[in-house]
Design a protein around this ligand. Structure first.
Ligand SMILES: [Zn+2]
Ligand SMILES: [Zn+2]
Length: 283
């Protein structure tokens, strides 16, 4: 059976978060619930790739997170606990025509050489872009992308203006760009950096909470923190005929340290699939 960690293991310790975009705002409180003080370390995460595409992102999410932690480690050699975050945006992998935001957090305990990951995906994102022509109205777009509470980026040729968060600044920048008679259109897109995007910031907080829950769950084999779900298995019975459907029946937990796996029935009080999801009742 799964055990919970006593809180004092990390109590009073400091965790170092490498960020340029104030992600500590989303994570500070969750970390405090573990007794951890969060220190921000300014690192140049842009060198690992940016959303607006000036630097191409290389490596997998996990590799990028490790590189971010390495940058913090080099700056604070005495530190033991680290946290890094990485987000990506784009079309949803399964749902057509929907954009999504995936966020992944990595916790690293240097003394234990222990890496704990938490990742989740949401459809709640304002990710969007629009090409506007001279004199074209863009107010509906602004409304759709929740401007000015959410920031924007303007791009025209090699000019990129980021972090636009008020109407005057937006209007004057667009006017300035169109002063050049050769410019036919300007591209506006959503600024997805966490400090310009409260929707994203909130989601990072929720992934942070999942990470904390994972850290608090100890491996039944080696007692290491981070025993968490790595995959789900189908087989939830149909309410009508009892046939095993594609609905989730089991969660598989795995220890990030010793690799021990444990299969457990889901615990969210869902016992049956809807007959509409059943291949027998609804072929
Ligand atoms: Zn273990
Ligand atoms: Zn059925």
């Amino acid at each position: 059976m799964i055990k919970n960690m006593t809180l004092h293991s990390y109590h009073g310790k400091t965790i170092y978060l490498g960020t340029k975009h104030k992600k500590d705002r989303a994570l500070k409180e969750q970390l405090l619930s573990l007794g951890l003080n969060c220190e921000v370390v300014e690192i140049d995460t842009d060198s690992l790739g940016t959303f607006s595409g000036e630097v191409m992102r290389i490596g997998s999410v996990q590799e990028t997170l490790r590189m971010k932690i390495k940058l913090v480690m080099d700056k604070i050699p005495s530190a033991n606990l680290f946290l890094a975050s990485e987000g990506s945006f784009g079309p949803h992998p399964i749902i057509f025509f929907a954009n999504c935001n995936q966020e992944t957090l990595m916790f690293y305990d240097k003394a234990l050489d222990l890496e704990i990951l938490s990742s989740d995906i949401t459809l709640e994102t304002n990710l969007n872009e629009k090409n506007i022509k001279r004199n074209e109205c863009y107010l509906k777009f602004l409304n759709d992308v929740k401007f000015p509470s959410h920031g924007l980026i303007l791009q025209s040729g090699s000019l990129v203006v980021k972090g636009i968060d008020n109407m005057d600044y937006l209007k004057s920048t667009i006017e300035n760009i169109f002063k050049d008679a050769n410019v036919e259109s300007v591209k506006i897109f959503t600024d997805m950096r966490a400090n310009f995007n409260p929707t994203r910031m909130k989601f990072i907080g929720s992934v942070g909470q999942n990470l904390i829950n994972k850290i608090l769950t100890l491996c039944p084999g080696c007692n290491s923190p981070g025993f968490g779900i790595v995959k789900c298995l189908p087989g939830l019975p149909c309410r009508e005929c009892g046939f095993a459907t594609n609905g989730i029946l089991f969660n598989v937990f795995q220890c990030p340290k010793c690799g021990l796996q444990e299969k457990q029935k889901r615990t969210d009080q869902v016992f049956y699939s809807d007959p509409a999801e059943c291949d027998m009742c609804n072929p």
